[in-house]
Design a binder for this molecule. Structure first.
Ligand code: ZN
Length: 320
């Protein structure tokens, strides 16, 4: 099964859509086209990686294009065989005086709903607070996300430059009170202890990447005992420099320690690897066989921020 629990809308803009929309935004055609403009060509660090993702940001400056990109992202995932897509995005980056946070969130939710209706694939929107935004901005974002029809709340951005989590505690308290599922990018560029901080301070039940979780055996054991899910995205971790080679991704170590691993493709336009590609990486480069893949599928359905009815449907398909 292809349960995609870590994927960014900003990393799923079709190059063909960018080419079509660019002139309307006054953007020149990049010398080698939009596909090359989005795509990473070699591993670097998280800051370089995020700059590539930001190449898509101009296309999020109108509500109609936001809606279109969200719809296309869901349709593309369904066409690629995915069974469920949780799509995260950073509304505060795309809002301004003309488009408030609530309008940005509503536009993405409309697009995703249309994509799910057209494709038959369920999807859920996750609002991402950003590390470089101040506490007040993220608190306003959490208030806008509450009751907006999204399923989760995340903290994303540059962990190497903005490691603090304590300042975002009020925003996550609002998101939890609204019943949103909580995930947090942590231990991607930071230490293993960032996973504990994300769980204890923000209430995260899922950790994005967690590549450095395995650096501290006691924290790894703690994460397993707590039932923390780790959303792994191996190819993305290689491009951000979180791991030295895809074959050395720590997912097998997490699994051996009893941590439940789930899968995401993070930013497939930047990495060139979508969820099916990441699942193939687990098999070809990390040696996962049928039992490990079955556990991955089950963990994906258990960890997803799903309505009970949709979860039951996915579980029934797993049992088949
Ligand atoms: Zn991410």
């Amino acid at each position: 099964m292809l349960i995609n629990l870590h994927s960014h809308l900003e990393g799923r803009v079709r190059p063909s859509t960018a080419a079509e929309l660019a002139s309307g935004f006054g953007l020149p055609e990049p010398p080698e086209g939009w596909k090359r403009a989005f795509r990473l060509d070699r591993p670097g660090d998280l800051t370089v990686y995020l700059a590539k993702v930001a190449a898509s940001y101009p296309f999020f400056r109108r509500l109609d294009t936001l809606e279109r990109i969200a719809r296309e992202a869901v349709e593309d995932a369904a066409a690629a065989g995915q069974d469920y897509l949780e799509l995260r995005f950073g509304p505060a980056t795309h809002a301004d005086d003309e488009r408030g946070l609530a309008e940005v969130i509503a536009a993405v939710c409309r697009g995703m709903a249309a994509g799910s209706v057209a494709s038959g694939m369920p999807s859920g929107a996750v609002v991402a607070a950003l590390r470089h935004h101040d506490a007040d901005t993220n608190l306003a974002l959490a208030r806008a996300a509450a009751g907006a029809g999204v399923c989760g709340f995340d903290l994303a951005g540059d962990e190497s430059r903005f490691p603090r989590l304590d300042v975002h505690v009020p925003a996550f308290a609002v998101a939890r009170a609204a019943g949103l599922g909580i995930t947090c990018h942590a231990a991607e560029a930071g230490p293993a202890s960032a996973v504990q901080d994300a769980v204890r301070l923000l209430g995260a039940t899922r950790i994005g990447h967690g590549a450095h979780l395995v650096d501290a055996a006691e924290v790894l054991a703690w994460a397993a005992a707590e039932g923390v899910f780790v959303e792994v995205c191996p190819t993305s971790n290689w491009y951000t420099g979180a791991i030295p080679a895809i074959a050395r991704h720590p997912a097998p170590t997490m699994r051996e320690a009893g941590v439940r691993v789930v899968l995401g493709d993070d930013n497939p336009m930047q990495t060139g690897s979508d969820l099916a590609g990441e699942r193939a990486v687990l098999v070809a480069q990390l040696g996962w066989g049928a039992p490990a893949l079955a556990a991955l599928d089950r963990a994906g359905v258990d960890a997803a921020f799903l309505e009970p009815e949709v979860r039951r449907g996915l579980l029934a398909r797993l049992d088949d």
